[in-house]
Design a protein. Structure first.
Length: 251
């Protein structure tokens, strides 16, 4: 029952798109919980949910994780939703070890009920992302196929290593995922080549293309498999789920 965090300090790299569609793809074969830790709540709205309880209630102790979990419309997919009030929680949480372990402790009661838990972390390295890093077993790092793709990754890897050494010794990077690729351009090809040269086998084989369908799906409250099942984005995330299952089995 691995907990997989989808994390990048940069916004707009396909992080939430990856968390939602990977969860939906895995839910075709496994029982999956998606946790939305981003105050923007895009993973929550992207699945068409209007929650009455959220992950904030869990972190604040007002609700157990089991009581706050919602059933998504998709079979085998559950969600621990986000809300805008999470932004305030991120400010109130301090850097103590206890506060950084709130999510990990809250998940103890629900982990046996799910075969995969996917965390959608905010695009920052604040307290909510640190909670995700402490709770996760494996990380997926989306990397946009654009000029500044490698910018910040070294710093992020350093942060991951610090969390591993101090708070979560079992934390590992499952892979870097190239996203928003346009193979018609030299830029996308060069970025992919550079990332693969630097990180080798750590980079997933699958590359997620830039796709209008992927961008449109959240406005309909649907994962890509229901909105445009034959699209290139759906094919890519189906392939990613297969690669994730293989890598988790090998880990």
């Amino acid at each position: 029952m691995p907990v997989i965090g989808v994390i990048n300090q940069k916004g707009g790299v396909g992080k939430t798109t990856t968390a939602v569609n990977l969860s939906a793809a895995l839910a075709r074969l496994r029982n999956v919980l998606l946790i939305d830790l981003d105050p923007q709540a895009n993973a929550t709205s992207g699945l068409g949910l209007l929650p009455s309880t959220s992950v904030l209630d869990v972190l604040s102790g007002r609700s157990s994780a089991r009581r706050a979990v919602l059933r998504a419309r998709q079979r085998n997919l559950s969600v621990l939703a986000a809300s805008a009030e999470l932004a305030g929680a991120a400010i109130e949480l301090d850097a103590s070890a206890d506060d950084m372990q709130l999510l990990a402790k809250a998940l103890i009661g629900v982990r046996p009920s799910f075969e995969f838990i996917v965390l959608d972390a905010p695009p920052s390295f604040g307290s909510l992302t640190l909670n995700a890093l402490v709770a996760a077993d494996q990380l997926i790092v989306p990397v946009q196929c654009e000029y500044y793709a490698l910018e910040g990754i070294a710093g992020m890897m350093d942060t991951i290593e610090r969390v591993r050494s101090s708070l979560n010794p079992s934390l590992n990077v499952l892979g870097l995922l190239l996203t928003m690729a346009d193979q018609r351009t030299n830029l996308s090809q060069q970025v992919e080549a550079n990332v693969r040269q630097h990180f080798g086998a750590l980079v997933f084989d699958v590359v997620v293309p830039r796709s209008v369908r992927l961008a449109e799906a959240p406005s309909h409250g649907l994962p890509i498999f229901e909105y445009a099942p034959g699209s290139a984005g759906a094919v890519a995330y189906e392939a990613l789920s297969e690669e994730v299952l293989r890598r988790v089995a090998e880990a």
